[in-house]
Design a binder for this molecule. Structure first.
Ligand SMILES: Cc1ncc(COP(=O)(O)O)c(C=O)c1O
Length: 393
C-alpha cells in the first residue's frame, strides 16, 4: 500500500486540536447581515467586514443583476488579454475620482493587490521597511519581491527612522503600513511615516483595506482622514469589506498604474471580475457619495459598543475603528469565549497565534452601520455574562 506522503498534515491538525485551536468553518445560511444564521443558529453577527451593510444593499443588488442580464456572468479572460470590459474601466475611473488620484487598477482581491504590487515594484536589490503588524498579503508580497525585509515594532516611528538611517541613500526603499490594523483596529502612523518617507526618499505605501468606506470624507480612507493626499505613492483599498462585494485596488499615479498593468502578476495571470462584481462596486461608490449618513451610523454604533465593552471591564486594546478586539491572553481561552458567546447568540470570532501574538489571543468584534441598538445591547449583555463565567472580567 502507498504511504501517504501528506500524513504529517494530520499530525499538525491533531496538535491544533490538542491546543484547543482547531476551528470548524461556520456555515452561513442566507445573507451576510448584522443578524444572520450560522450553523443553523440565528446570532448577532460581530464577525463580518460588512461595515456599511452593503452586501445586501438594494442598489448594489439591482446593478449586479442588471450587469449579469446584459453582460453575462464572467469576463472570460485575464485583463491583459480579452478580459478588460468597459465596466472594469468605468470602475477604475470612478475609484480614481473617489480616491483623488490620477489612476486606479483593480485586482481580484485586496490580497492580490498588496502581494502583486509589492512584488512588482521591488526587486532583490531593494529594501522594504514594514510595520510588524502589517497584513499577511503585504508580507507575502515582500517575500515574493525578494527585497530585504526590515520590520519595525508596531507604530514605532523612531525605530523605523533608525532602520532607514542604516540603509545606503542610493538603495530603493519602500515604507509600508496598514491604515487600520485588522486585528487591533488601531490606526497606522500614517502622517509620521509620510514625513519619514519624504526625509529618506522612500516610496510610501498604505494598505487602507479596513479604512475605505469607514474613515475620511465619504469613506475615502486614512489618507483623507489624516489629510495626506499626494504624500502616499501607493494606496491599496479593498472592495471586499465596506464596499460589500469583492476585489482590491491600487490608487496612484498614471505611471504606477500603467506599470502594474504590465508587471503585476495577479493582473496578468488571473481572470478579471465578473461584470456583476464591477457593477456592484460602482453602485457602492454611488452610495458612499450619495448616502454618507450610513457612515455616521457606523460610527454611532462603534462608539456605543466600544464604550459598552470598556465599561464592563474588557480589555479592548488601542482600537480607534469599528474593529474592537476583546483581548484575553491564552488562545484556548479566546476560543472558549467565542464558543460560549455563540451558544448565547453572539458571533465574535476567536483569533489566536499565529494570526496574533501567543499571549494576545482575542475575540474580534466588528459592528456595522445596520446593527440596531437592541442587537448591540443584547451582545453587550451576553459578553458580560460569559466574561464573568470564564473569569475574564
Ligand atoms: C489589512 C488587510 N489588507 C488586505 C486584506 C485583503 O483584502 P481582501 O479580503 O479583499 O483580499 C485584508 C483582508 O483580510 C486586510 O485585513
Amino acid at each position: 500500500m502507498r504511504h501517504d506522503p501528506l500524513d504529517y498534515l494530520s499530525r499538525d491538525l491533531d496538535s491544533l486540536k490538542e491546543q484547543g485551536l482547531y476551528r470548524h468553518l461556520r456555515i452561513l445560511d442566507g445573507e451576510q447581515r448584522e443578524a444572520a444564521t450560522f450553523d443553523h443558529r440565528t446570532v448577532v453577527n460581530l464577525s463580518s467586514n460588512n461595515y456599511l451593510g452593503l452586501t445586501t444593499h438594494p442598489t448594489l443588488r439591482e446593478r449586479a443583476l442588471e450587469a449579469t442580464r446584459t453582460l453575462g456572468v464572467g469576463s472570460g479572460s485575464v485583463r491583459s488579454i480579452a478580459g478588460t470590459m468597459s465596466i472594469h474601466m468605468e470602475l477604475e475611473r470612478r475609484l480614481a475620482q473617489f480616491k483623488k488620484t490620477e489612476s486606479v487598477v483593480v485586482f481580484q482581491s485586496g490580497f492580490a493587490a498588496n502581494a502583486g504590487t509589492v512584488a512588482a515594484v521591488l526587486s532583490k536589490e531593494d529594501v522594504v521597511v514594514s510595520d510588524e503588524l502589517n497584513h499577511a498579503s503585504i508580507i507575502d508580497g515582500c517575500r515574493l519581491s525578494r527585497a530585504a525585509i526590515k520590520v519595525f515594532p508596531h507604530k514605532d516611528v523612531d525605530a523605523a527612522r533608525k532602520i532607514l538611517k542604516e540603509i545606503p541613500t542610493t538603495t530603493r526603499k519602500l515604507l509600508i503600513t496598514d491604515g487600520v490594523f485588522s486585528m487591533d483596529g488601531d490606526l497606522g502612523a500614517v502622517p509620521e511615516l509620510c514625513a519619514l518617507a519624504e526625509e529618506f526618499g522612500c516610496i510610501m505605501m498604505v494598505d487602507d483595506a479596513h479604512a475605505s468606506g469607514v474613515f475620511g470624507a465619504n469613506g475615502r480612507g486614512t489618507i483623507d482622514h489624516f489629510g495626506v493626499h499626494g504624500r502616499v505613492d501607493i494606496q491599496v483599498g479593498t472592495l471586499s469589506k465596506a464596499i460589500g462585494a469583492l476585489g482590491g485596488y491600487v490608487a496612484g499615479s498614471k505611471t504606477l498604474i500603467e506599470f502594474l498593468y504590465h508587471r503585476a502578476r495577479p493582473f496578468l495571470f488571473s481572470t478579471s471580475h465578473p461584470p456583476a462584481v464591477a457593477a456592484a462596486c460602482i453602485a457602492a461608490i454611488d452610495v458612499l457619495e450619495q448616502e454618507p449618513a450610513i457612515i455616521d451610523r457606523l460610527w454611532e454604533n462603534t462608539r456605543f459598543f466600544k464604550a459598552g465593552l470598556e465599561s464592563r471591564g474588557f480589555n479592548t486594546g488601542q482600537s480607534a475603528s469599528p474593529i474592537t478586539p476583546v483581548i484575553v491572553g491564552e488562545g484556548s481561552l479566546a476560543m472558549k469565549l467565542s464558543d460560549r458567546l455563540f451558544e448565547e447568540g453572539v458571533f465574535a470570532q476567536g483569533i489566536a497565534f499565529p494570526t496574533v501574538a501567543r499571549d494576545k489571543a482575542r475575540v474580534r468584534t466588528i459592528v456595522t452601520a445596520t446593527h440596531t441598538r437592541d442587537e448591540l445591547q443584547f451582545a453587550l449583555d451576553v459578553f458580560a455574562k460569559v466574561g464573568h463565567e470564564l473569569g475574564i472580567v
